[in-house]
Structures are given as C-alpha cells and as structure tokens.
Write a protein that binds this ligand. Structure first.
Ligand code: PRT
Length: 287
C-alpha cells in the first residue's frame, strides 16, 4: 500500500513564499513547482504542497484539508484556529505594533481611551485592549492601514512593522509592541500514526537545518599551557576536539560556536591566546 503524503500548506505568493520553499529545499525535498500550479508533489519525500493565501492557512489546517502549514505567528494568533504550533522557523520576523502621528505626545495605554484604531488584526488588538482595561473603537480594514490617521479614519493604527520605514514614510511613530512574530510551522492536532511518522522525519530535517544555520564550525591553534582556558570557551556539541600540532607546545582545537554570541566568543578566545582562527559554515547539524 502506498503511503498517503503529508499535505503542507504554504503561502502562494508573498513574503513567506520564497523562504518556505527554500526551507523545504534545504531539507532535501524536491518539488515540481512551476507555472500556476496550486498543488505540487515532492518527488523524493512523501509530501504534497498546497499553495494558499496565508490568511486562509489556519482554517485549512484546522479543518484537516492540509495536515501542516507555514505562516506568520501573527496570523495564528489573530485567527485563533485550532492548530498546534510546532516550531519557529527563524524567518519573516516582524512585530504587531500600535503607532500614532509623529507630532502627537504618547502618554501610555490611557492615550487610547475613547479613540479609534485602524487595524487588520482586530482580534489581537481587542484582546490586548481588554487586558489593559482600555475602551477604544477598533476599525477593521484589510489593507493600507497606515494611511488611516492622515485621512481622518483613526487616531492611530495597529499594524505589522519590520524595518519601520512604512510608518516613517506615513508620518507615524511606533508606541507599543503587542506581539513579536516570525514564521512558524503549525499542524492539525489530530494526526494519524502514519502522518506523525512523516512529520517526525520532516521535523528532524528542519531542526538539523536550523541548528546548522545558527552555528559555525571553528578551528584554532592554542598554546598547550592555555588549553584549559580556551577549551572552556568552546563547549561545542560536547567538548572541543584537540589535536597536537607539528610545532610542539601547540594544539589545534575544533568546535562549534553559536551565531548569536559569535563575536563575543571570538574576542574572548583571542584574549585567551588563541591564534589562526578559521570559521566555516555548517551544512547540516544532527544534534
Ligand atoms: O497570503 P495573504 O495574502 O493571505 O497574506 P498577506 O497579504 O498578509 O501576505 P504578506 O506576504 O504581506 O505577509 C505574510 C506574512 O509576512 C505576515 O503575516 C507576517 O507574518 C510576515 N511579515 C513580516 C510581514 C512583514 N514582515 C511586513 N513588514 N507582513 C507584512 N508586512 C507589511 C506591514 O503590514 C506594513 O504594510 O510591511 C509593511 C511594514 O514594513 P516595514 O518594513 O516598512 O516596517
């Protein structure tokens, strides 16, 4: 009996599309994507891709039309659909923020009392206002939210921000962050054993890819009398590999360092006496 493929919903066209497809490619999954196809099967993995609007993905996954999906966490929160959030994927970072005209003085949450706020995220905004005990009027609009104050539709906006240049060019300033978001993998909570098996294989590959992207392979030379200090700065996956150099009194250390504190660690290694430091990208990392 042939295995039923796992169905994954991806954004058809937009900010998430390229990174979502690149992630599957980095997981070694080959798709026949082309033309205007809405469904693309993988040729070397039991996966079938459905291309949908990202706003529709929570409902499709919750209803079981797709088994899993990739979309912004902001949409998962807003749609309140019955989906399980499996993991963050590290791209499409943004925040959902409140913004007001630059010339206005912001006085904190009380500022919003009795005011009108334009947004495409009414559920998330209303929930936050309720939590803060603020009574404001939420105007739901589906696009070009940032022009609402200048046309007299609202006192402020609640919209997604990444670089901040859209707010700037519309004469607005960010005053509160409601939510920080990135792309996430979600799943229908009711999975068969077979679907779970395919999902586990996919998760294993995604984790290996993300771990590799967040780490670097490092090689360096260390004087033997400094080995303990330098090794302590290189916890790696277990501990560094240490090999004697031809030059007596010196050793070569190999390890893995995290991207997040990479430069601080390099500074500490140099200060501790490390020399000839080489840093290489990692293709995949199985932890
Ligand atoms: O697919 P569908 O049509 O349903 O969705 P969509 O129109 O919302 O898609 P798209 O491609 O615009 O956004 C998809 C996802 O990308 C969002 O749900 C977020 O998770 C994520 N994302 C990351 C962003 C941004 N950054 C972003 N900056 N989505 C939208 N923006 C917009 C924002 O609304 C504002 O208009 O970009 C503008 C602000 O950008 P900056 O850089 O000027 O601050």
């Amino acid at each position: 009996m042939s295995t039923q493929p796992l169905r994954i919903a991806l954004q058809k066209s937009g900010r998430l599309t390229d990174d979502s497809l690149a992630l599957l490619k980095d997981c070694g999954i080959k798709l026949s994507v082309g033309g205007r196809k809405l469904i693309a099967p993988a040729s070397n993995f039991p996966l079938e891709v459905y291309f949908l609007r990202s706003g529709d993905i929570p409902a499709y996954v919750a209803d079981g039309v797709a088994d899993i999906g990739i979309l912004g966490e902001n949409v998962v929160v807003e749609k309140q659909a019955n989906v399980e959030q499996l993991m963050s994927l590290g791209f499409a970072g943004c925040r959902l923020s409140l913004a007001i005209p630059r010339g206005e003085t912001y006085t904190g949450w009380d500022y919003w009392e009795g005011k009108e706020i334009a947004t495409s995220y009414p559920n998330t905004l209303k929930k936050t206002l309720d939590k803060k005990g603020i009574k404001a009027s939420v105007q739901t609009i589906s696009g070009s939210v940032e022009i609402a104050p200048s046309i007299g539709l609202a006192a402020g906006v609640c919209d997604l921000v990444s670089s901040g240049s859209t707010l700037l060019s519309n004469g607005l300033k960010e005053v509160e962050v409601l939510l920080r978001s990135q792309a996430v993998l979600v799943a229908n909570p009711n999975r068969s054993e077979a679907q779970q098996g395919i999902l586990d294989r996919l998760l294993f590959r995604i984790k290996a890819h993300l771990a590799a992207a967040n780490n670097k392979y490092i090689l360096l030379n260390a004087p033997n009398d400094k080995l303990d200090t330098i090794s302590a700065l290189l916890p790696g996956m277990k501990s560094p590999s240490i090999m004697p150099l031809g030059d007596s009194g010196w050793s070569s250390l190999h390890s893995v360092v995290q991207e997040s504190d990479f430069w601080d660690r390099i500074d500490a290694l140099r200060a501790a006496g490390a020399q000839g430091i080489l840093v290489l990208p990692i293709e995949k990392m199985i932890v």
